[in-house]
Design a protein. Sequence first.
Length: 78
Amino acid sequence: MIRFKIKEMIAKKEFSEDRRITIGEVAAAAGIHRMTLSKMINQRGYNTSTENLDRLCGYFDCRVEELIEYTPMSKDSE
């Protein structure tokens, strides 16, 4: 399963900029609907477009490998 590390990226950006960053701020700055971003953060296995990943990488100034992570699914969760 693909897991989005958006919360971790927000925390990293908050620390480096020494300020609080909201999901709404990320959504507006990246040009992604807030509900889409919320689903990416909270809904397991959410399917999104590469355009959204590209926009988030641009906002966080990161590589896609820093934003997503592959986690093998256990036999029990299939």
